[in-house]
Design a protein around this ligand. Structure first.
Ligand SMILES: Cc1cc2nc3c(=O)[nH]c(=O)nc-3n(C[C@H](O)[C@H](O)[C@H](O)COP(=O)(O)OP(=O)(O)OC[C@H]3O[C@@H](n4cnc5c(N)ncnc54)[C@H](O)[C@@H]3O)c2cc1C
Ligand code: FES
Ligand code: FES
Length: 1275
C-alpha cells in the first residue's frame, strides 16, 4: 500500500494551495478558512441574503431550500438540485453555484414567473415558507428538460411545509408549470362561463367570485421562457476550474477535508481513525446540531469518484457508497426499463421505498453509504438490502477489500461490522431470479417525509416441483422492532422447504409472533401497533407473492378478490377544488380580491421577519437556561464553566431582574426566571448572552443546576386525582335542571362516557424571537418582536425593568404565523432578552431554536370530558351533564378563558333543554398551554359530536338524522343564555347535503367497503357554530392612526398584527375605499405600540372587524374634517379557510404531542419527545383532500359584522372533525367484518395510523389486544 500512501500525500500537498470558492446568485465568493463549522444557511444569512429562512434546522420544513448547481464531471453535465441549506455544510458546496430566492427575481428587476404566480394565486400568506416552496419548484423546473408533471410537482414539494394556506393555492400556483391542461389556464381565462360565473382569480377555474375582471394566471402569462434571458447561468469559471482537495478549519479546532481520490481518503482515514465521513450530512448534521455531538475531523467523501461509480453487469449492480438517493432512484428506474422484469424485483422494491424516503431536498444529498453506516434501526433501506441478498464491499486503509453480506452487517444499535480503519466502498445488489420476489414495507405516522414506525424487506425464491411451489430461499427483515434492523431468522428457516399455500401463511404468522419480540417499554412506544404491523406486513407479502404467481400456477389456492385491497399500492389523483362565494365591490378596493400587500416581497424573499432585521452594532445573542426537571427545588446554580465559554458576556438570573420577576397575562403566577422551584421541563431559569448565537447556546448549556426532585403531575388524570387545579378556575354553566330531568323518567336512555383529546403544537413556521435594544443610555427600551400582541411585550418589559410603558416600544412588521401561540407565550421571551439588554446597555437578540420553541412555549390544551346524556328512543336529547378539564400546565396563562370557550361551545349546534357543564383547569408540570386557533371551542364541540354519534349507534339510526332532529333553530336559547338570531344552520345543512350529494357518497362508500376487506372508506358531515370575539368585552375594541400626506398617499397604523391572514391588506382596502383612492396609495407599515397604544391581541377571529372599523372611523373623522365601507372576504381568505381546515385535519388525524408521562415511560419524565418536524408531523402537501370545495352561504349578509365581513380564522378549524368522523365510519366498516359493526367504540384524537389500526380489531391485532384497546395518549 506504499504507493497508495504516496499518492495520498501528494494530493494532500495540493490542498494547501487551494483557494476555496463558491458562486452565490452569480457572484463569485472566496470562502475563507475557519468556517468548517458553518452551514450554507448561516453563510447566506450572514451575507444578508435573509430570504432563505431558518424554520427548523433539521431538514424537516424546507424553509431553507436553495438550489445548488454543480458540474458533474462524469456525465459532463451541469446538474441542478434543491437542498436544505440548514444541513448543508458550507464547504460541501465549494466550487458550486448556489441560487437563493434573491437570485431568481426581485421586485425592482422583475419577478420570476414562479414568484409572480405564487403571489397572484394567494399562495403566500405569512410568507415564511414561501421562498422555500419557490426554490424547490425552481430547482425542479431547471433540472427538467421538459415540463414536469403535476405529480412530479407535488412530489418535489413534499419536503416543504406550510402552516397557513392548506397548500391548495400553492399547488394551483405551480400547476400551471406542468402544462397538462392548457385550456383550463389559458383558453378560458378571459371568458365568462355560460352560467354567468367566471374564472376564479385564485384557482384559474370556474367559480362565481367575480365578474370576469379578474383573470387567472394563464399558461402563456407564466411561461418561464420569457424569463430565461434573465436566468442565472452556470458560472463558466466553474466549468473550467479543476477541483482540488481541501483542508479547511472551523471553530474548536475542527478540520474539514475534501479528498478527491480514494487513496487520499484512505490516507486521511489512517491518520484520523476517529474521523467522521460525510456526504449529505443529514445524519451527522443532526447529531451535531440536535444531539450536540462534537466531531473534530470531518472528511467529505461526496466527490471521491471511486465512491460514486455504478457498474451494471450480468450479475447485478455495483453502486458506490456515496451515491445520492435521488441518483439511486434514477438508476433503478433506468435498469427496471432496460433489464428483464424478473431481474429487477428488488430494484422495484427500492423504487417504491424511496418514494416515501424523506423529502426531495434530503434525497438529493443523502447517500446510500450514510444510510447504511448510520445503521439506524429504522433505516428504510437496510431491511431491503438485507432481504435482497446485497453485499457490502468494505475497504481498509491499506486498500484491502472484503465483502460482507448485508444480512450480517448490522451488529447492534448503530453498530456495524466495520473497523475504524475501514470504510464502505460500494454495495452489490444481485439481480433477482425467475420466481424470486422482493417487497418493501413501511408504516410511518405521515405517508411522506416521515421516518418509519416499522418497515420491512421480504424476499422469497420459489421453486417449481410438480403442481406445487416450494420455498427455496427466504429473507424477512424488519426495522423499528429492535435496536437493530432485525432478521426474522426463525421465520426464514421455517419457510424454507415449505410448499406455498394458505396453511403456510397461518403457520408462518405464528412463528413470526415468537420470532419478533418487542419489549413492553421499548423506546418508540406503540408496542402493540408495532407487533401487529409485523404480522400484517408478512400477510401482505404473502398475498402479494400469491398474486404474482397466479400466472405460473393458476391452480394454486387463491384468496378472495376483496383481499387484493391489502396489496394495491397507493396512488394519488391530482388535486381538485372549488371556491364559491359572492362578492360585492364597495368603493375602490373593498371586495376586490386583492393580492396580499406584502405578497410580492414575500415571494422574492425581501419581506423581513424578526430574525432578518439587521442587528445594531454591538449586538449580543441570548440563549435560555432551562429547567431539566418537571418539578424540583433548585439547590444551586454553578456558572463557572459557562463563564469561561467562548464569547460569554453574561448570565442573568432571577436576582438580576431590575423590577418585578412575577409575570402573567391574566394573573401574575409565573416567574420570568425561576427562583426556588421549577415546575416544568423547559422553565426559564436564566439567560446567557454571548457574541454569537452558537456561543450563547454553548455557554447556556454549561450552566450547571443542581435540583432536588419533587413529585410531578404529568396528566389531567393525575391532576384530577390529586385535585391539582389552578386556583379559582372552577366554572359552571347551567340551563334547566339536568338532575331533575335524569330522574324524571323522560329520558328513555342514558349514556355515560369519556372523551379525551391530545394537544397540538402550533408549528408556526417562524419560531419565537425578539431583538431588544436601549436608547439614550437605557432611558428607553425598543424591541422588534414576532408576536400577535406587541402591547403585551411592551407591558412585560416595562414591568420587569421597572420602566413606564411610555418608555418601552414594541414593533412588529409581520410574523411568520402565530395561530394563538404568539399571543401571550412570546412576551416572556422578549422580557428575558430585555434584562441583559437593559443591564448591559447593549442590543440583545433572542431567537428560539425550533426544539426549544416547541418545548417551552405551550400547545393547544389537551382535554378530558366526562359526559352523561339522557335522550328519548326517537333520538331527541333532553339532558347533558358534562365535567370538562383542560391541561393548563404550570401557569394559568389563558387557560381559564380557553376552558370557558370550550364550555360555551359544548352544545355545538344542538338545542338541549337541560344542560350542566362544570369545568376545571388542571395544574400540571408542563409548560403553560395557551391559545390556539379555536381557543377551546373545537374541544368542546368534539365531545358532543362524539356522543351524538354514539346515540345514533345506540338507536341504529344515521348520525345525520340524530343531528338534524336536535338542531338549534332561530330563537333557541343557548346554555349561556344567548338567543340565536339569523340562524342559518338548516339552510346551510340542506344546501351542503345536496351540493356534496351526501346520500350518494354514503351509498358509494358502502359499496366500496363491501368489496374490499383490507381497505375501508368512511363518510361524515359535521356542522359547527362558532362564537367569535373576546369573552372579556373590553378587549373587543381597537385603535388606528391614519395619516394623509400632501401627495395623496395614506399611511395606516393599527393595533393588529399581520401574520399571513391578510389583515393589513383588508385594512388598506377599507382606507382606500373610504377615501376613494386606489389601493396602491395606501400603506400599512408595521404595528407599533408608540403609534397605536393599548391594542388587544390579534386573535379571536375579530381583527378584520375591529381594525377595519377603527380605520374606517379614523378615515371618516378625517373626511369630516377635510363613506363607510368594510373588509369583504378576499380570495386570500379562502386560503385562510383551507389553512384552518388543514390545521384541523392535523389536529384530528395526525399531530400527536408526546410527553414523558405514565403512558410514555420510555421518554424522560416531563420531557417533550415531539419537539421538531422530525417527530411532530403536520400535514404536508400530499395530505390535503384530493377534492376540496369551499363554498360560503349566499344571500345571508352578516348584519352583526362590519359590512358583512366573515370570520374565517377560527370557525373552519372544527369542520375538519368531519375527517375524524369519516375515519371512524371507515373503522366501523372494518370492525363489522369481525361482527362488531353495531358496537359503539371510542376513538381518541388524533386518529393516527396507530389508533386507526388498533381500532380495526382483526386477526392481526387480536393476538395482542382486545377490541376496546386504547393506544396511549398524552393528555
Ligand atoms: C429530514 C430527514 C428525513 C429523513 N428521512 C429518512 C427516511 O425517510 N428514511 C431513512 O431511512 N432515513 C431518513 N433520514 C436519515 C438520513 O437521511 C439517511 O440515513 C441518509 O441516507 C444519510 O446519508 P448522508 O449521506 O446524509 O449521511 P451523513 O450524515 O453524511 O453520514 C452518516 C454516517 O455515515 C457514515 N458514512 C457515510 N459514508 C460512509 C462510507 N462510505 N463509509 C463509512 N461510513 C460512512 C458517516 O461517517 C456518518 O457516521 C432522514 C434524515 C433527515 C434529516
Ligand atoms: S430550516 Fe432547513 S429544513 Fe427547516
Ligand atoms: S404562508 Fe406558508 S407557513 Fe405561512
Amino acid at each position: 500500500m506504499g504507493s497508495l500512501k504516496k499518492e495520498g500525500e501528494m494530493e494532500q500537498m495540493r490542498d494547501e494551495f487551494m483557494e476555496a470558492i463558491l458562486y452565490v446568485n452569480g457572484v463569485r465568493r472566496v470562502l475563507p478558512d475557519g468556517l468548517a463549522h458553518m452551514t450554507l444557511l448561516e453563510y447566506l444569512r450572514d451575507l444578508g441574503l435573509t430570504g432563505t429562512k431558518l424554520g427548523c434546522g433539521e431538514g424537516g420544513c424546507g424553509a431553507c431550500t436553495v438550489m445548488v448547481s454543480n458540474y458533474d464531471r462524469t456525465s459532463n453535465k451541469c446538474v441542478h438540485y434543491a437542498v436544505n441549506a440548514c444541513l448543508a455544510p458550507l464547504y460541501s458546496v465549494e466550487g458550486m453555484h448556489v441560487i437563493s430566492i434573491e437570485g431568481i427575481g426581485h421586485r425592482k428587476h422583475g419577478l420570476h414567473p414562479l414568484q409572480e404566480s405564487l403571489a397572484s394565486s394567494h399562495g403566500s400568506q405569512c410568507g415564511f415558507c414561501t421562498p422555500g416552496f419557490i426554490m424547490s419548484m425552481y430547482a425542479l423546473l431547471r433540472s427538467n428538460k421538459n415540463s414536469p408533471s403535476e405529480e412530479e410537482i407535488e412530489e418535489s414539494l413534499a419536503g416543504n411545509l406550510c402552516r397557513c394556506t392548506g397548500y391548495r393555492p400553492i399547488i394551483d400556483a405551480f400547476r400551471v408549470f406542468a402544462k397538462t391542461d392548457d385550456a383550463l389556464y389559458s383558453g378560458l381565462s378571459s371568458l365568462s362561463l355560460q352560467d354567468g360565473s367566471s374564472i376564479c382569480p385564485s384557482t384559474g377555474k370556474p367559480c362565481s367570485c367575480g365578474d370576469g375582471r379578474f383573470q387567472p394566471l394563464s399558461y402563456s402569462e407564466t411561461d418561464g421562457a420569457k424569463y430565461t434571458e434573465k436566468e442565472l447561468i452556470f458560472p463558466p469559471e466553474l466549468l473550467l476550474r479543476e477541483l482540488a482537495p481541501l483542508k479547511l478549519r472551523g471553530d474548536g479546532g475542527m478540520i474539514w477535508y475534501r479528498p478527491l481520490r480514494l487513496q487520499y481518503l484512505l490516507h486521511l482515514k489512517a491518520k484520523h481513525p476517529e474521523a467522521k465521513l460525510v456526504v449529505g450530512n443529514t445524519e451527522v448534521g443532526i447529531e451535531m446540531r440536535m444531539k450536540r455531538l462534537q466531531y473534530q475531523v470531518l472528511i467529505y467523501v461526496g466527490q471521491v469518484p471511486e465512491l460514486n461509480t455504478v457498474n451494471v453487469n450480468d450479475n447485478g449492480i455495483e453502486i458506490g457508497s456515496a451515491l445520492r438517493l435521488s441518483e439511486l432512484l434514477r438508476l433503478f428506474r433506468k435498469v427496471v426499463k432496460e433489464r428483464p422484469a424478473h431481474e429487477t424485483s428488488a430494484c422495484k422494491a427500492f423504487i417504491e421505498q424511496l418514494k416515501w424516503f424523506a423529502g426531495t431536498q434530503i434525497r438529493n444529498v443523502a447517500s446510500i453509504g450514510g444510510n447504511i453506516c448510520t445503521a439506524s434501526p429504522i433505516s428504510d433501506l437496510n431491511p431491503l438490502w438485507m432481504a435482497s441478498r446485497a453485499e457490502f464491499k468494505i475497504i481498509n486503509c491499506n486498500g484491502d477489500v472484503r465483502s460482507v453480506p448485508a444480512k450480517d452487517f448490522f451488529n447492534g444499535y448503530r453498530e456495524v461490522d466495520m473497523e475504524s480503519n475501514e470504510i464502505l466502498l460500494s454495495v452489490f445488489l444481485p439481480w433477482t431470479r425467475p420466481l424470486e420476489y422482493v417487497k418493501e414495507f413501511k408504516q410511518a405516522h405521515r405517508r411522506e417525509d416521515d421516518i418509519a414506525i416499522v418497515n420491512g424487506g421480504m424476499r422469497v425464491f420459489l421453486e417449481e416441483r410438480g403442481e406445487e411451489l416450494f420455498v427455496s430461499d427466504a429473507s424477512v427483515a424488519f426495522g423499528g422492532v429492535a435496536a437493530v434492523t432485525l432478521r426474522a431468522r426463525k421465520t426464514e428457516e421455517f419457510l424454507i422447504g415449505k410448499s406455498w399455500s394458505k396453511s403456510l401463511l397461518q403457520d408462518a404468522l405464528k412463528v413470526i409472533q415468537s420470532d419478533v419480540i418487542i419489549d413492553e417499554d421499548a423506546p418508540g412506544g406503540m408496542v402493540e401497533f408495532r407487533k401487529s404491523l409485523v404480522l400484517s406486513f408478512f400477510f401482505k407479502f404473502f398475498l402479494w407473492v400469491s398474486h404474482r404467481i397466479r400466472d405460473v400456477k393458476p391452480a394454486l389456492e387463491t384468496f378472495p378478490p376483496s383481499y387484493m385491497s391489502a396489496v394495491k399500492s397507493f396512488s394519488r389523483p391530482c388535486r381538485a377544488g372549488r371556491q364559491d362565494y359572492e362578492t360585492v365591490m364597495q368603493g375602490t378596493a373593498v371586495g376586490l380580491p386583492a393580492v396580499h400587500l406584502s405578497a410580492r416581497m414575500q415571494v422574492t424573499g425581501e419581506a423581513e421577519y424578526t430574525d432578518d432585521t439587521p442587528v445594531p452594532p454591538n449586538t449580543l445573542h441570548a440563549a435560555l437556561v432551562l429547567s431539566k426537571m418537571p418539578h424540583a427545588r433548585i439547590i444551586s446554580i454553578d456558572d463557572s464553566e459557562s463563564k469561561s465559554s467562548p464569547g460569554f458576556a453574561g448570565l442573568f438570573l432571577a436576582n438580576d431582574v431590575p423590577a418585578d420577576n412575577k409575570i402573567g397575562p391574566v394573573v401574575a403566577d409565573e416567574e420570568l426566571f425561576a427562583t426556588d422551584v421549577v415546575t416544568c421541563v423547559g422553565q426559564v431559569i436564566g439567560v446567557v448572552v454571548a457574541d454569537t448565537h452558537e456561543n450563547a447556546k454553548a455557554a447556556a448549556g454549561k450552566v450547571e443546576v443542581e435540583y432536588e426532585e419533587l413529585p410531578a403531575i404529568l396528566s389531567i388524570r393525575e391532576a384530577i386525582v390529586a385535585k391539582s387545579f389552578h386556583p379559582n378556575t372552577e366554572k359552571m354553566l347551567r340551563k334547566g335542571d339536568v338532575e331533575l330531568c335524569f330522574q324524571s323518567g323522560q329520558c328513555d336512555r342514558m349514556i355515560e362516557g369519556e372523551v379525551q383529546m391530545g394537544s397540538q403544537e402550533h408549528f408556526y413556521m417562524e419560531p419565537h424571537g425578539s431583538l431588544v435594544w436601549t436608547t439614550d443610555g437605557g432611558n428607553e427600551v425598543h424591541m422588534i418582536s414576532s408576536t400577535q400582541d406587541p402591547q403585551k411585550h411592551q407591558q412585560y418589559v416595562s414591568h420587569v425593568l421597572g420602566l413606564p410603558m411610555s418608555k418601552v416600544v414594541c414593533k412588529t412588521k409581520r410574523i411568520g404565523g402565530g395561530f394563538g401561540g404568539k399571543e401571550t407565550r412570546s412576551a416572556f421571551i422578549a422580557a428575558a432578552a430585555s434584562v441583559p439588554s437593559y443591564l448591559l446597555n447593549r442590543p440583545v437578540k433572542l431567537i428560539l431554536d425550533r426544539d426549544v420553541d416547541m418545548m417551552i412555549s405551550g400547545h393547544r390544551h389537551s382535554f378530558v370530558g366526562k359526559y352523561k346524556v339522557g335522550f328519548t328512543n326517537d333520538g331527541k336529547v333532553l339532558a347533558y351533564d358534562l365535567e370538562i378539564y383542560n391541561n393548563g400546565g404550570n401557569s394559568l396563562d389563558l387557560s381559564q378563558a380557553v376552558l370557558e370557550i370550550a364550555m360555551f361551545n359544548s352544545d355545538n349546534v344542538y338545542d338541549i333543554p337541560h344542560v350542566r357543564i362544570r369545568g376545571n383547569v388542571c395544574f400540571t408540570n408542563y409548560p403553560s398551554n395557551t391559545a390556539f386557533r379555536g381557543f377551546g371551542g373545537p374541544q368542546g364541540m368534539l365531545i358532543i359530536e362524539n356522543w351524538i354519534q354514539r346515540i345514533a349507534a345506540e338507536l341504529d339510526r344515521s348520525t345525520e338524522e340524530i343531528r338534524e332532529m336536535n338542531f338549534q333553530v332561530e330563537g333557541s336559547i343557548t346554555h349561556y343564555s344567548q338567543c340565536l338570531q339569523h340562524c342559518t344552520l338548516h339552510q346551510l345543512w340542506k344546501e351542503l347535503k345536496l351540493s356534496c350529494n351526501f346520500l350518494k357518497a354514503r351509498r358509494d362508500v358502502d359499496e366500496f367497503n363491501s368489496h374490499n376487506r383490507w381497505k375501508k372508506r368512511g363518510v361524515a358531515m359535521v356542522p359547527t357554530k362558532f362564537g367569535v370575539s373576546f369573552t372579556k368585552t373590553f378587549m373587543n375594541q381597537a385603535g388606528a392612526l391614519v395619516h394623509v400626506y400632501t401627495d395623496g398617499t395614506v399611511l395606516v397604523t393599527h393595533g393588529g398584527v399581520e401574520m399571513g391572514q391578510g389583515l393589513h391588506t383588508k385594512v388598506a382596502q377599507v382606507a382606500a375605499s373610504a377615501f376613494n383612492i386606489p389601493l396602491s396609495s395606501v400603506f400599512v407599515s408595521e404595528t407599533s405600540t408608540d403609534k397605536v397604544p393599548n391594542a388587544s391581541p390579534t386573535a379571536a377571529s375579530m381583527s378584520s372587524d375591529m381594525y377595519g372599523a377603527a380605520v374606517l372611523n379614523a378615515c371618516e373623522q378625517i373626511k369630516a374634517r377635510m363613506e363607510p365601507v368594510a373588509s369583504k372576504l378576499s380570495c386570500n381568505s379562502f386560503a385562510e379557510i383551507e389553512g384552518a381546515f388543514v390545521q384541523g385535519l392535523g389536529w384530528v388525524a395526525l399531530e400527536e404531542v408526546k410527553w414523558g408521562d405514565a403512558a410514555h415511560r420510555w421518554i424522560k419524565p416531563g420531557n417533550l419527545l415531539t419537539c421538531g418536524p422530525g417527530n411532530f408531523k403536520i400535514p404536508s402537501i400530499n395530505d390535503i383532500p384530493f377534492n376540496f370545495n369551499v363554498s360560503l352561504l349566499k344571500g345571508n349578509p352578516n348584519s352583526k359584522g362590519i359590512h358583512s365581513s366573515k370570520a374565517v380564522g377560527e370557525p373552519p378549524f372544527f369542520l375538519a372533525s368531519s375527517v375524524f368522523f369519516a375515519i371512524k365510519d371507515a373503522i366501523k366498516a372494518a370492525r363489522a367484518e369481525m361482527g362488531l359493526g353495531s358496537e359503539w367504540f371510542s376513538l381518541d384524537t388524533p386518529a393516527t395510523p396507530e389508533r386507526i389500526r388498533m381500532a380495526c380489531f382483526d386477526e392481526f391485532t387480536c393476538p395482542f389486544v382486545s377490541s376496546d384497546f386504547f393506544p396511549k395518549l398524552s393528555v
